[in-house]
Design a protein around this ligand. Structure first.
Ligand SMILES: NC(=O)c1ccc[n+]([C@@H]2O[C@H](COP(=O)([O-])OP(=O)(O)OC[C@H]3O[C@@H](n4cnc5c(N)ncnc54)[C@H](O)[C@@H]3O)[C@@H](O)[C@H]2O)c1
Length: 434
């Protein structure tokens, strides 16, 4: 089985199925297609599949040109899991969110695995890419494979290979980001390395699927904890009348032993606010309390309320209250230069400000409109940034510092700016850093 599959991969005759065509799955599917593989894209969202089939995109940075090219080549988007029977490699890239109780929600992983199970057969590689706690591949995938009577490492090959996509970072396209891979047996590793090695410049093998799962969590915990530290430093610097961004920029001139992390209005995105709590949950089962993770989570989660306090103070200093003030929020995406709203602290800020009675508007060059209002009192449609619009505001809140904003225009025409991203380097009478 192994040699036949390796041969198919080498000759680009292997059919690759990517399950879950989101921020992770779509670029991966396009990459394998561009590398000469036939690719089946399976997603439960019929609307997304219909869009892809027409060559349209729903993620701005993966343009329709690329999708159309893939369709001309060998890309087949579908909602049918039965198509997986034709696949030699199945890569699962479904969401791994938290429940309302902030516990791992593996429903998408289980749903995908259950839907795939009838179509698993000898001679396939199955690789989970979704970020999750150590043990998921063993506990969720292996039993389903075993129930099909398939022997792992002999009939079928099982891996975990976490995605490391950095949305909005044009320097690192999918193929240029080294991939970690853990397999259930040495043969699983060999097959996994061959498949990913055909599309990704560098694949790094680790000793087990659990190790690979932990690598991804360490990477995200590392970011969450260091951003938490940067946010705590911001609060301390603010009290002391020191500009934290200036401090970090200066510290970053040290050529060794210091890595800059930047404070902000809170954590956003699908990964950093969520993934560390996958580890927290699993660690509890081992009697370990993840103190760093909890503390960073506490600090990061408190940032929108801290920014709200800074907004209230800035208005108060001008004899105004949050209630009835016209506040323009600049940037609603969770980070700069992307259109991704998931867990965006800007939306949380809008909710908090609307609760206090502010009259809100927002502008975001990447997000012209929200699909739903974040609060009964907030608009769904963004506004165009103009000098007149800025002049009519009591306060302009820079929540996300997209490069596309005209910061000169903003500085010149706003009576009061609260800058949560350290965009303005020089002090100015109308700029409050928060
Ligand atoms: N977005 C990132 O930058 C990023 C980076 C690294 C890792 N990850 C991880 O990758 C995984 C996927 O994240 P994403 O950002 O691509 O999510 P996403 O929400 O953008 O896309 C997930 C896709 O999976 C589909 N889906 C949901 N359940 C399904 C099922 N049972 N069967 C088939 N399709 C299903 C959805 O319709 C959606 O199109 C998550 O575990 C995430 O933590 C994401």
């Amino acid at each position: 089985m192994k040699h036949a599959l390796l041969g198919k991969i080498r000759d680009r005759k292997a059919v690759v199925a990517v399950v879950g065509l989101g921020y992770v799955g779509l670029p991966l599917a396009l990459r394998f297609s561009e590398c000469g593989f036939r690719v089946i894209g399976i997603d439960t969202d019929a609307q997304r599949v219909a869009q892809l089939a027409k060559g349209a995109t729903y993620i701005a940075r993966y343009g329709s040109e690329r999708i159309k090219n893939a369709l001309h080549g060998s890309f087949e988007p579908t909602t049918s899991f039965a198509a997986a029977a034709r696949a030699d490699a199945i890569l699962i890239c479904v969401p791994t969110p938290l429940t309302a109780q902030r516990e791992p929600d593996l429903s998408h992983v289980r749903g995908a695995a259950d839907a795939l199970a009838p179509y698993l057969r000898a001679g396939q590689l199955i690789s989970l890419e979704s970020t999750t706690y150590p043990g998921t591949t063993e506990e969720e995938l292996l039993p389903r494979v075993a129930r099909r009577g398939l022997k792992v490492g002999k009939d079928i090959f099982v891996c975990f290979s976490p995605e490391r996509e950095d949305p909005g970072n044009a320097r690192f396209p999918t193929h240029a980001i080294p991939k970690i891979l853990g397999g259930t047996t040495p043969d699983c590793v060999e097959v996994g390395m061959a498949l990913y090695g055909a599309a990704i410049d560098k694949v790094v093998a680790v000793s087990s699927t659990r190790t690979a799962e932990m690598v991804k969590l360490l990477e995200n915990v590392h970011r969450a904890v260091n951003i938490g530290l940067a946010n705590e430093m911001k609060i301390i610097c603010d009290r002391m009348g020191i500009d934290v961004h200036e401090v970090i920029r200066a510290a970053a001139t040290k050529p060794f032993g210091f890595v800059p992390y930047w404070p902000g209005p809170g954590l956003g995105g699908h990964c950093i606010p969520i993934d560390p709590f996958y580890l927290t949950w699993k660690a509890r089962a081992y009697g370990v309390h993840t103190r760093f993770i909890e503390l960073a989570g506490e600090i990061n989660a408190a940032m929108p309320v801290w920014v709200l306090g800074k907004v209230a103070d800035a208005l108060n200093a001008r004899g105004k209250s949050v209630r009835d003030s016209r506040i323009l929020v600049l940037g609603v995406a969770y980070k700069k230069n992307v259109d991704d709203l998931r867990e965006s602290p800007a939306l949380e800020l809008m909710r908090l400000l609307a609760d206090k009675g502010a009259k809100l508007a927002f502008s975001d060059p990447h997000v012209p409109a929200l699909r739903w209002a974040v609060h009964d009192e907030t608009p769904k449609d963004g506004v165009k940034l103009t000098a007149d619009l800025l002049a009519g505001q009591d306060l302009v809140l820079i929540a996300t510092d997209h490069d596309a904003f005209d910061y000169e225009l903003i500085l010149k025409n706003s009576s009061l700016i609260v800058d949560t991203r350290g965009r303005y380097l020089e002090p100015a009478a109308n700029v409050v850093k928060a």
